[in-house]
Ligand binder design. Structure first.
Ligand SMILES: Cc1cc2nc3c(=O)[nH]c(=O)nc-3n(C[C@H](O)[C@H](O)[C@H](O)COP(=O)(O)OP(=O)(O)OC[C@H]3O[C@@H](n4cnc5c(N)ncnc54)[C@H](O)[C@@H]3O)c2cc1C
Length: 472
């Protein structure tokens, strides 16, 4: 086991991608194996912040005190077995993709930050552009090896419902308290997931480093499609783009069945134009779509169906880009990924902590939400950019205040949150709550539920060592 105590060596672990002020910790502990970690935990009584790759956007791995346990050496990866794969938590999405290349299998949750670790993506229930069709990380977890803060461990399998106690490797058991809270039905990564009769796995996925340390996972894979048909459609008005999304969702058929529907508003396009000169000048919005095509013979019919469909929806095909092969598909993903990267760079340059929303509502509120967002943001007087997972009614709005505008930006953010909650939505659909969104989470679920969730946490981590400052 490696241990780092030198402040310079610890410094990189005290931050994440949210640009929050650095945290504080006395030591970084780096186990070589789950067994070594278990032995360490048995005698540890210091608060623990678990560290993945540090790409999180909510300061959840930024420690307040105590020690950091970095999972970086737990990096084993197995071979595909019946469409499933065992990996240790430090494997990144990039490693996973490389490992799966040529096997005929792929891992569908597609968070755009490929440097994220599998452990981090499980702890935040990450999702990505393809979640519109393929679902979120939680849907792909078949088995988990976990350690509790006191070193007791368990292998948790699908179909092990919370109605039955969790059995630990020392023979002890844990029962969950009964809780009347239900997680929202829209796409959601806010706090502990809770539905009656769900599996224990569903609780541990998305627990933001507060309930357990994940040391291994068996992932469900999917057969790699023959190809992805994809395009970036530039639109002359925002409303036309929103209508197109509604139409695509309504008219879903065998040949029009996208796995990604991603939005770029004009503020995002303006920033992208600095890098990609061929973004059309007149574009006020854009939609990135992708459709998986399982077999070669299906490609032409799907392509023709999309051309016809887009023409009938008045999309200017001459102004749009269509992928001509896997390289273009990759390029389009990079184009999409540039938006958060450019905004994060801009925040670092300006010395701003990221102020980005991650909220979602159900389909019924989609158009109302888009109109409300635009009106509130235009009236708010703070620069912003809006982009992301429009197919799931899940947009990221980044507020980009000048130095003297942080109070105004906060007021705009609060207005957005209040309305989304009034519609029964969530304050986080993919990044989690961590430390930065805690107040909004408490607003979302209410004081009584927080108290009940605290009893749940106490059963699994009675000394309250894990992830202090996150969620609760
Ligand atoms: C440019 C950019 C784009 C992004 N795009 C997306 C996106 O499309 N979708 C999305 O969902 N997210 C996105 N993110 C956010 C980020 O990539 C995810 O939140 C990711 O899941 C974090 O993984 P990580 O390994 O970096 O975790 P960290 O930031 O290190 O930690 C995150 C949380 O996970 C906990 N944790 C880490 N490992 C473990 C473990 N083994 N056991 C228990 N707890 C653990 C930590 O304690 C912490 O609470 C983006 C980030 C950036 C910078």
């Amino acid at each position: 086991m490696r241990r780092k105590t030198d402040p310079q060596a610890i410094a990189p672990y005290l931050k994440d991608a949210s640009n929050s002020p650095p945290g504080a910790a006395s030591e970084v502990v780096i186990p070589e194996s789950a067994e070594e970690l278990r032995e360490f935990l048995k005698t540890n009584d210091q608060p623990i912040t678990v560290s993945g790759a540090g790409t999180g956007l909510t300061a959840s791995r930024v420690p307040r005190t105590g020690i950091i346990i970095s999972m970086e050496r737990l990096k084993r990866i197995g071979e595909v077995e019946d469409g499933t794969l065992c990996v240790e938590p430090a494997i990144t999405l990039e490693d996973l993709d490389a490992h799966l290349k040529g096997t005929g299998w792929f891992y569908p949750p597609n968070p755009t930050e490929t440097l994220a670790s599998i452990g981090g993506t499980l702890a935040t229930n990450a999702s990505g552009s393809r979640s519109y069709k393929f679902g979120v990380t939680r849907d792909y977890v078949l088995e988990l090896d976990i350690l509790l803060a006191d070193g007791r461990g368990a292998r948790v399998r699908r179909s092990h419902s919370i109605d039955r106690p969790l059995e630990l490797d020392d023979g002890s058991t844990i029962e969950l308290p009964s809780i009347d809270y239900r997680s929202p039905q829209c796409k959601n990564a806010a706090g502990y997931y809770y539905q009656p009769g769900m599996d224990w796995i569903d609780l541990f996925v998305g627990s933001d480093g507060t309930l357990c340390l994940i040391t291994e996972v068996r992932l469900q894979l999917r057969e790699t499609p023959y190809d992805f048909l994809s395009g970036i459609l530039f639109m002359a008005s925002e409303e036309k783009c929103w209508d197109l999304v509604e139409n695509i969702r309504r008219d879903r058929s065998v040949n029009i069945d996208p796995c990604s529907l991603e939005y770029f508003d004009r503020h995002s396009l303006m920033r992208l134009k600095e890098k990609f000169k061929n973004v059309p000048n007149a574009a006020q919005a854009a939609l990135f779509f992708e459709q998986d095509v399982l077999h070669e013979e299906g490609y032409e019919p799907v392509l023709e169906a999309w051309y016809e469909y887009l023409e009938s929806n008045e999309v200017l095909l001459d102004d749009s880009w269509f992928a001509q092969g896997p390289k273009d598909v990759e390029k389009f993903h990079l184009f999409r990924h540039q938006v958060p990267l450019l905004l994060n760079e801009e925040n670092s340059r300006m010395g701003r902590v990221k102020m980005g929303t991650d909220m979602a509502v159900d389909d019924a509120h989609f158009q109302e939400m888009m109109r409300f967002y635009r009106k509130t943001l235009e009236e708010g007087g703070v620069d912003y950019a809006m982009f992301g997972h429009i197919g799931d009614n899940h947009l990221h709005i980044n507020l980009l205040p000048d130095k003297d505008q942080s109070g105004t930006a906060k007021a705009v953010y609060d207005r957005l949150v209040d309305q989304i909650l009034a519609w029964g939505g969530t304050v986080s659909a993919e990044h989690g709550i961590g430390k930065l969104k805690k107040n909004y989470y408490h607003k979302m679920v209410g004081k009584q539920t927080i108290a009940k969730l605290q009893t749940l946490k106490d059963r699994l981590d009675p000394k309250g060592l894990l992830g202090q400052g996150n969620l609760l």
